[in-house]
Design a binder for this molecule. Structure first.
Ligand code: MLT
Length: 409
């Protein structure tokens, strides 16, 4: 009989957003008339920018004629998109075309990247954290088992909470691979350039690699928050950056993202020799991936047109206004809320330190609103709760109104 990968047996429960969806579905089955509003999973509700739609229609037409039809494209992405990415997002940072790898999104990329690292690496993650970083390392066998405190042996947890202003402290024990998400999912908070510089310096001193998830950078409104880790001196020696069109331009269902992996980022083989991670990732990407659809890449390219930029800005402003509505509404009834200024997530302190899954049930039962329990993102998320600003305006206003009127706190 075949064997399974036993590491999968170490995973706790189901994937967080499957669990919340399951509970919400059970509630809806039991209350068929209820109008349940989801401010749970960070899925967008605004349609794709018109500029992207036009570009994709044109690309579909190209696929219908023999002269313009495209089969397999370059696995790393078409040069037209890579050039637009560099010109618009990394201008002056010295990023070269063969340092960008276009993909089907940041969830896959942040999950897959760990394949090029040895299983003996010690990973450091913030607590709370986007669950994909941890779960994919559990699957790969880079952790021990999960203890009753909800923490896996062998993982360095970096608590982020109101006490440290949601900025992780450098670890006491050496970390090989460090995951940083900024603006942060789930807390919606950010790090400044000097705060990020401390991590870059740490990584260089310790020969560590930083996996920097910048999927939410389009929401940054404050000057001192870096859009890219490559704005920080020395990051090109120790960091890999993940970007996505999902939250920027509504591509959650269209799928497009990319990795920025400078050729100067290196790690050691067992014999001590140094190897460029770009080469390893290129090998992995070309072996396991046949490229993002041409039509989708044309849509992504249009994000950088003048029309696309204007439309994307409108959408981001729309979600940031939702965030403001949620934050103000919560604050007005005495709930402490963080985030939502440079990010589409609001991280609230549950009233009276209520356990976050209890608050999930309470919010669902009393206000018919779905959110995401902080504990689902890690033990330090206990007592917190996440709401997303990606809802429709009317739903967001209605949800806040219900929370204010119906929630007994
Ligand atoms: C979230 O809600 O945290 C995100 O939508 C999940 C994701 O982007 O995969």
């Amino acid at each position: 009989m075949a064997n399974i990968n036993d590491n999968y047996l170490k995973l706790r429960g189901s994937y967080l957003f499957r669990e919340t969806a399951h509970r919400a579905a059970a509630y809806k089955d039991a209350h068929p008339g209820a109008h349940v509003i989801s401010l749970g999973i960070g899925d967008v509700t605004r349609p794709l920018p018109e500029a992207c739609i036009k570009a994709m229609h044109k690309a579909v037409d190209e696929m219908s004629a023999e002269e313009t039809f495209r089969g397999y494209g370059p696995e790393q992405g078409y040069s037209f998109l890579i050039k637009a990415i560099i010109e618009n997002n990394f201008k002056g940072l010295g990023i070269e075309e063969d340092e960008i790898f276009v993909s089907d999104g940041a969830k896959s990329d942040t999950g897959n990247i760990q394949e090029i690292f040895g299983t003996n690496n010690v990973i450091a993650i913030t607590d709370p954290v986007y669950p994909v970083y941890l779960d994919t390392n559990v699957m790969a066998g880079r952790t021990g088992t999960c203890g009753s405190d909800g923490r896996y042996d062998g993982v360095i947890y970096l608590p982020v909470n109101a006490d440290n202003n949601f900025v992780p402290e450098l670890p006491e024990k050496r970390a090989d691979i460090i995951y940083i998400c900024c603006p942060n999912n789930p807390t919606g908070t950010t790090m400044t350039r000097p705060q990020l510089k401390k991590w870059v310096d740490y990584a260089r001193e310790n020969e560590s690699i930083i996996l920097f998830d910048a999927a939410y950078n389009a929401f940054i409104t404050e000057e001192d928050v870096p859009h890219s880790i490559f704005e920080i001196d020395g990051a090109k020696e120790c960091a890999i950056e993940f970007r996505s069109f999902s939250k920027t331009a509504g591509f959650t269902g269209t799928r497009c993202g990319y990795i920025v992996l400078p050729k100067t980022v290196k790690a050691r083989a067992k014999d001590g020799s140094l190897h460029a991670l770009n080469k390893l990732w290129n090998r992995r990407h070309t072996t396991k991936f046949n490229g993002t659809a041409y039509i989708v890449q044309r849509g992504a390219e249009a994000v950088f047109s003048d029309e696309g930029k204007r439309q994307v800005k409108e959408t981001i402003d729309f979600y940031l206004e939702n965030a403001r509505i949620i934050r103000d509404g919560l604050t007005s009834i005495g709930i402490t809320a963080y985030g939502g200024v440079n990010a589409p997530y609001i991280w609230l302190k549950t009233p009276n330190d209520m356990p976050s899954w209890d608050f999930f049930d309470k919010l669902l039962n009393e206000a018919n609103v779905i959110g995401t329990p902080g504990a689902g993102f890690g033990p330090c998320g206990e007592g917190y709760f996440r709401l997303t600003a990606f809802g429709k305006r009317a739903d967001t206003i209605e949800a806040v109104q219900r929370i204010k009127e119906r929630l007994s706190i």
